[in-house]
Design a protein around this ligand. Structure first.
Ligand SMILES: [Zn+2]
Length: 1017
């Protein structure tokens, strides 16, 4: 029997890339005639009992499903048995040329593992396992972000009242052990999730070596002039004499402020309004503020360029003011007067104008456009004191205004950059003699109001009850006060960073714009914090003078100490030991030392942003992939880029992949109060009530991650989990069928050469080749959702619904070593191998479980140690598509005509006029009539007859079906629409008690094929 392509007709060469108008042959979907993969159906018949032992049913111990605890338990066994924990070092030791480096963004060490961690770490693991199987050496060193305020606050709040008396070192020790506990918890969860990584050599931002590298990088940037010290407003608590973070504020909705309406005399009219404001009568700009004490620190008045403004004349005083046009009426009523509108104009016309300062002679306050100005409250013109307001500071940064009060009191010598409010919230000498030593929120405010009154700048004062920030510990109001901070000069780094981003691939591509926009809008990067739990800024300050001490020698000395003992030395060693001997002696020795270690620590974004310099391998120190949540576009991706550009003018990553956040099932945020927080441990091992919260195992979680559209928000809840489990169970069924039917097959000795295989089997290998290349391509693009979709389509459509439904007769009823059966097993073994490797990166436990059940030996018995999918180019036989798909078209006509019936009860006659289609179909059946041909297997009928013309006689009960098939060969060079007829009749032969096909000559007797098999057995 010849199964290969015939040499006549279109032939193997001629039957080239072919596409038919028909979709896949099993579409439109027809109900499968028999259960697709139910291996037990043949054994069920009592009739068949006699022959049961002669039928080759699938044999495998691979379970159909793993109910209850068996799923997580099996996973743990597999992890042990297949050496999950040794896989990383095993693959590192391989002698391979390529390396794939995924740099782990460090999760924050302050809480239990959550599903967001799972999403991130599993995505990374899928990428790593794929590259590892393809033959790259994986570099993946997991890390943790260990410092910072959230940890410090958590530790302090747990201590309650005792917290206030803690020393820096006590806080640091408690914070460290808190972080360590969180790390251990997270790490063991990540290992349980099957994440392959260098778990013995993780990186921690509180590690001495890590901190030392960071200090050196800080100095490198300082040395290049990219780090400087300047004023910046921060929330400041006068009652506890410290800066506060947002998290340490409590808002008091009943706070009473003394709000004031103040005039600023217009000195330089804006160019566009010059004719209007001819100088005949003075004009003032009217502002409103709830913090009168900040008026002395005024540096500008801001307006909204989009709003309308008006020049009005006050009916009471005759004075002229500029106010927002929308506010004219309400302001007049507030001030108990009426305004006559002289003129209105657009905000942009105010450009170029400048006011005088009401309290400081000769000081100029320019009129500046600002986006934060609205006309909802106040006058539409905003008093701007950069030392005492965040938005004010933004305006100052944009227009290069000084932040703090400059030398303005002619009679006094004042340091140029000293804040006029001290740490206790008291006006300093810089604020002038009238204000000096007065508390800004109390008598300082009284005094400023008095001064404004005396210069006739105060139009009105009133009490305002509003929500105002208080210190969470002292319950006293806070102020905003500029203090000296360290900054990275973003403006000097930005151009190179923007240039470097062009060399980076972003997935999805739109993330590049988001990151570039965020970078563009970033005015400054303040890298200092006034806290205990972090890496110290390695700078000494003079006791009396505003002088810093920092040099390559001092930083190197500190870095060496930190490398050995950790950054605690900054607080535990006396200052003279923190300085190198030479420097110390230059400064007059230990007794004469006038410098003290600074109390600032580095921003944790600086901490984690320098991880590339500590973790990335090789001289180049550039990762192939950074893969984090979308929030890192303004966070870690950015701080990593900025520090890397500052140090060496190149990006630390080649590809940046960004994923969305995990949300509850209906797209709502996961929160404790909503009760929709899913604990990964409960998902994996089950909850208290194992029916309500069944143990899914981690492969379900991994499948959910891979199948989700990770580029948007990713939703997770009970129904998503149970859907993922159903998907995996379908896959398990497919795998079980494959495993059961390759029992007794030894690939080395039993495989049939491709060209000698059944055409249908060759066709399956052809499809398999296509699947393998598409799956590989999807992995290459990190499109794991596409991998899942491709696999699902393959194992449900191509395998279960089509291939598995037609090959059972060959597998179960032919002789064990019949070449027809071996041909099918050759295909099944290849399908099994490709499938397992294709899903292995996503479902490593299931993949290894399948490998343990392979009936033939592989060495080693681990899918991850035996490489990626290998297919053969000789599998590619596009010409076969025409043969199989045209036959399937006929089969579908036939099956459609006998809905719900068993196809084996019928015979089929196919009539095709002589020509291309006839020749193609003839490849599947050389004889005119056959019950053993490939055509009869495909149609599932008991017998097929292939005719070139209609039969002269036809039975009375014939059903006649007609159809056409478009043959498209040679890339469209050969196109022919061919018609065919399918004549369906009831089978005339008897049902064979062994194979159930109607192919027996006598009732109760075996068919000739079965007789041969049983007789010969
Ligand atoms: Zn039979």
């Amino acid at each position: 029997m010849r199964w290969g392509l015939r040499s006549r007709g279109p032939g193997a060469a001629a039957v080239a890339v072919a596409r038919s108008r028909w979709g896949p042959p099993w579409s439109p979907r027809l109900p499968p005639v028999r259960a697709a993969s139910g291996a037990g159906d043949l054994a069920a018949s009592p009739d068949r009992g006699r022959y049961r032992d002669t039928v080759l049913l699938p044999r495998t111990a691979f379970p159909m499903r793993l109910p209850g605890r068996r799923q997580p338990d099996t996973e743990l066994e597999i992890q042990q048995k297949c050496g999950f924990s040794e896989l990383y070092s095993w693959q590192r030791e391989r002698k391979v040329k390529t390396e794939f480096c995924l740099h782990d963004g460090p999760p924050y060490a302050n809480g239990d593992p959550h599903v967001g961690h799972a999403l991130n770490k599993i995505l990374k693991d899928i990428a790593n396992r794929y590259h590892m199987m393809r033959g790259s050496k994986i570099h993946f060193v997991p890390g943790w972000d260990c410092h910072g305020l959230p940890i410090e606050i958590k530790v302090l709040s747990e201590l309650g009242g005792k917290a206030q008396n803690l020393s820096v070192m006590e806080i640091r020790e408690k914070a460290r052990s808190f972080a360590q506990a969180a790390i251990e918890k997270q790490k063991s969860a990540f290992i349980r999730w099957g994440i392959m990584a260098d778990w013995n050599n993780c990186y921690y931002t509180f590690d001495g070596k890590y901190e030392a590298k960071q200090l050196r990088l800080f100095y490198q940037m300082y040395d290049k002039g990219l780090v400087y010290r300047s004023y910046k407003p921060v929330f400041w608590s006068p009652s506890s004499r410290t800066a506060l973070a947002e998290a340490e504020l409590e808002y008091n909705p009943e706070h009473a402020s003394r709000s004031v309406y103040v005039t600023f005399p217009l000195r330089t009219p804006p160019l566009k309004l010059a004719s209007l404001l001819d100088g005949a009568a003075p004009v003032s700009v009217l502002v409103w503020t709830t913090q009168p004490w900040t008026v002395p620190a005024n540096q500008a008045v801001c307006y909204s360029p989009q709003s309308r403004y008006a020049v009005v004349k006050c009916s009471t005083s005759g004075d002229r003011y500029i106010v927002a046009a929308d506010k004219v009426t309400s302001l007049a009523s507030t001030l108990d007067t009426t305004f006559e509108v002289i003129s209105t104009f657009s905000g942009i016309d105010l450009e170029g104008g400048a006011c005088g300062h009401p309290l400081i002679p000769d000081k100029v306050s320019p009129l500046l456009p600002a986006t934060h100005v609205t006309v909802a409250q106040g006058t539409g013109l905003v008093h701007t004191a950069p030392a005492h307001g965040m938005e004010d500071y933004g305006v100052a940064a944009q227009h290069s205004l000084p932040v703090v009060l400059l030398c303005t009191w002619p009679s006094l010598f004042i340091l140029q950059d000293d804040c006029s409010v001290d740490e206790g919230g008291i006006f300093t000498a810089a604020a002038g003699p009238e204000l000096e030593s007065k508390a800004v929120l109390e008598e300082g405010t009284d005094e400023v109001i008095k001064m404004l009154q005396s210069v006739k700048s105060l139009l009105k004062e009133e009490t305002l009850i509003h929500s105002y920030p208080y210190d969470w510990r002292t319950k006293q109001p806070v102020i905003i006060r500029a203090s000296k901070q360290w900054f990275v000069k973003i403006s000097d780094i930005k151009p190179a960073a923007q240039e470097a981003l062009k060399t980076v691939k972003f997935i999805p591509a739109t993330a590049l714009n988001t990151m570039a926009d965020m970078l563009e809008r970033r005015p400054y990067w303040c890298i200092s914090r006034q806290r205990a739990w972090g890496v110290p800024i390695p700078v000494f300050h003079h006791r009396a003078r505003d002088e810093c001490l920092i040099s390559s020698q001092t930083v190197e000395h500190i870095a060496k100490l930190v490398e050995q003992h950790g950054s605690d030395v900054w607080w535990t060693l006396p200052p003279e030991q923190l300085l190198p001997k030479e420097v110390l002696s230059q400064l007059g020795g230990p007794d004469g030392l006038e410098y003290l270690p600074g109390q600032d620590i580095l921003d944790i974004w600086f901490d984690s942003g320098t991880s590339w310099s500590c973790v990335l391998p090789g001289a180049e120190q550039r990762a192939d992939l950074y893969l984090e949540g979308r929030d890192q576009l303004g966070g870690w991706f950015q701080s990593s880029l900025l520090t890397s550009i500052a140090a060496r003018k190149k990006a630390p990553f080649r590809t940046v992949m960004v994923h969305g956040f995990t949300l509850g099932e209906k797209g709502e945020k996961m929160s404790k109060s909503l009760g929709n927080v899913l604990d990964p441990d409960v998902i994996i091992s089950g909850g208290q009530d194992q029916i309500a919260e069944p143990p899914y195992g981690v492969d379900v979680l991994r499948w959910w991650v891979a199948a989700s559209n990770i580029f948007t928000e990713v939703t997770l809840g009970p129904s998503a989990l149970s859907a993922a489990r159903d998907d995996i169970n379908k896959l398990r069924n497919t795998l079980r069928f494959l495993l059961g039917n390759v029992a007794g097959f030894t690939p080395e000795t039993d495989s049939v050469p491709v060209d000698s295989m059944y055409l249908i089997d060759q066709y399956m290998l052809h499809l398999l080749q296509g699947l393998a290349s598409k799956v590989t391509d999807a992995y290459k693009q990190y499109d794991f959702g596409k991998v899942v979709r491709l696999l699902q389509a393959f194992y449900t459509r191509e395998l279960s619904n089509f291939y598995f439904s037609i090959i059972k007769d060959r597998l179960y009823c032919e002789k064990e070593d019949d070449p027809k059966r071996r041909s099918c097993q050759t295909a099944l073994a290849q399908i099994l191998d490709v499938l397992v490797r294709a899903f292995a990166p996503i479902l490593p436990h299931l993949a290894e479980e399948v490998f343990q059940h392979l009936p033939y030996g592989t060495e080693p018995k681990s899918v991850f140690r035996t490489g990626w999918i290998s297919t053969s180019s000789i599998w590619k036989k596009p010409g076969l598509e025409e043969a199989v798909e045209s036959a399937c078209a006929m089969r579908d006509s036939f099956l459609g005509s006998i809905p719900g019936r068993n196809a084996a009860e019928y015979e089929v006659t196919i009539v095709i006029e002589p020509g291309l289609l006839f020749e193609i179909i003839e490849m599947l059946q050389a004889e005119e009539t056959s019950s053993a041909s490939q055509l009869s297997e495909l149609t599932m009928a008991s017998q097929c007859t292939l005719l070139a013309q209609e039969p002269r006689q036809r039975p009375a009960d014939v059903t006649e079906l007609a159809g056409t098939f478009l043959i498209d060969l040679e890339g469209g060079d050969i196109r022919e629409e061919c018609s065919y007829k399918v004549l369906v009749t009831r089978a005339t032969k008897e049902k064979c008690p062994r194979c159930w096909r109607h192919t027996a000559e006598l009732a109760g007797a075996l068919c000739p094929r079965c007789a041969g098999v049983v007789g010969g057995a």
